[in-house]
Design a protein around this ligand. Structure first.
Ligand code: ADP
Length: 442
């Protein structure tokens, strides 16, 4: 039997899922990051976590793994030497140090491009370049002429041994042109004009997610008992892997992730990109269509509102208990903008937007009703905005994340979204990556 292995590197831990060609799960394993590591030790932590989740998979399954795909946190980036050894600390997904290069980047990149964000992969690469240019002491700035990789690229390298390869989901925020499948000249030439050196030599080659990159190295095959022709595929980001897990494949269908934050992704015939609202589009790759996307786009954005605010006021047990006392048909007139600190990216892109959580009623049920209703309004405004900017009209919303189990909230959200709101059978990113790995045989 052939098995397809997906490995998900999220912010809190690593998960693996092995499936057969019908999508049935045969093995799952997990490794949680229990405490904060200094950034310099993260790569070895990730490497150990990768080995730990693989070792937990029964050998009988490992010996029949046909292909492997890895997803990682979007815009977590690294610089490695020619042996693949990190030469400095990785820069994590939410690290905003790239803010120092944004003015110069704005002079080169097209207006409202998705790279024009302090946390984009490109802003981080340029921050490294700037350190080298200015020779700033104490920044730990490494010399360039290295390999610039995303977290998922580096982890896949540990399995296949080829350096300098990424995929077009991870590379979107690096400025890769996902419509024309090339690096644009404003990136390869423009940057050399504004910064002192060119980044072209260290940019990874970009492949389609799910496409075969190469077999596992002999050493990895021997160590874990993978077949010698077990293929490592182009990877993806953790949020796209979770989208793929839902099985959504029809334009107009969308996935809302109600985790710590609120993220939406709508499958669309048209592409929408607008950094003013934190909206960007990924080229869609459907594992169900042999990696082809049929010219579809995954249009979306992420807001800072979401479950983290709910958890600030309620335990999960209270959320469950109080939610059941809410009548979802009844509209709450409490008009909040639930945030833990100021600033949102989407659908209101305003770094100074203040949390709005007043007036707070004494009754916790009434307060929770106001919070759930207000987050539902923000979600609905998000979908409205995507459609106003040209995305395919919304027909159905699948819900993932911790908030998906709250059926009262689903009923409130349905009132705003005016389309069916359903919970998909599968939502784990590791499952989505396993489906992606199946692309090699479809
Ligand atoms: P993360 O983004 O951290 O992976 P999860 O998908 O694990 O988040 O979801 C965790 C979130 O789900 C928490 O912030 C919590 O507030 C929220 N949550 C848990 N139970 C409920 C519930 N019954 N109703 C609404 N939200 C819930």
């Amino acid at each position: 039997m052939n098995f397809y292995l997906g490995i998900d590197f999220g912010t809190t831990g690593v998960r693996s899922t092995a499936i057969d060609s019908n999508g049935n799960i045969h093995s799952e394993s997990q490794y949680n990051f229990t405490h904060e590591e200094p950034a310099s030790e993260l790569p070895s932590r990730w490497e150990n976590a990768l080995w730990a989740v693989i070792e937990q998979i029964p050998l009988a399954i490992r010996s029949q793994v046909r292909s492997i795909a890895i997803d990682g946190t979007s815009s977590t980036v690294m610089l490695c030497d020619t042996e693949g050894i990190p030469v400095c600390e990785p820069i994590l997904y939410n690290d905003g140090r790239g803010v120092t290069v944004l003015d110069r980047l704005r002079a080169i990149a097209p207006a409202n491009h998705t790279v024009l964000n302090a946390t984009s992969s490109l802003a981080k690469l340029l921050w490294w370049l700037e350190c080298e240019d200015t020779g700033r002491a104490g920044t730990g700035a490494p010399p360039l002429r290295r390999f610039f990789l995303h977290q998922a690229d580096w982890l896949a390298f540990l399995l296949h041994g080829k350096l300098g390869i990424s995929d077009y989901h991870n590379a979107l925020k690096l400025g890769y042109d996902v419509a024309n499948l090339c690096y644009p000249s404003w990136l390869t030439e423009g940057i050399a004009g504004v910064f002192k050196s060119s980044i072209a030599p260290i940019l990874p080659q970009v492949v389609a997610p799910g496409i075969a990159i190469g077999p596992v190295t002999a050493q990895i095959g021997d160590r874990f008992g993978f077949p010698h022709d077990c293929i490592v595929c182009g990877g993806t980001t953790d949020s796209i892997a979770a989208f793929l897990a839902s099985g959504v494949n029809s334009p107009g269908e969308a996935v809302t992730s109600l985790g710590s934050t609120l993220a939406i992704k709508l499958l669309s015939y048209t592409r929408v990109d607008d950094a003013r609202y934190g909206i960007y589009s990924h080229r869609f790759t459907s594992p169900l269509q042999g990696g082809a996307g049929g010219g579809l786009w995954l249009v979306g954005g992420a807001s800072n509102t979401g479950g983290a605010v709910l958890r600030h006021f309620f335990t999960d047990t209270e959320l469950d208990y109080y939610s059941k006392q809410i009548d979802p048909k009844q509209e709450s007139l409490l008009d909040y903008y639930p945030l833990l600190k100021k600033g949102d990216r989407f659908p209101n892109n305003d770094p100074n937007l203040l949390p709005r959580l007043e007036p707070r009623p004494a009754d916790p049920v009434e307060f929770l009703h106001g919070l759930l209703e207000s987050i539902a309004r923000i979600e609905s405004r998000g979908y409205e905005l995507l459609q106003e900017l040209g995305a395919t009209p919304l027909t159905k919303v699948y819900t993932a994340g911790g908030g998906a189990k709250n059926l009262v909230w689903s009923a409130i959200r349905k009132r705003y979204l005016k389309v069916p709101v359903v919970t998909p059978v599968r939502t784990s990113a590791a499952y989505g990556s396993a489906l992606l790995a199946m692309t090699v045989d479809s």
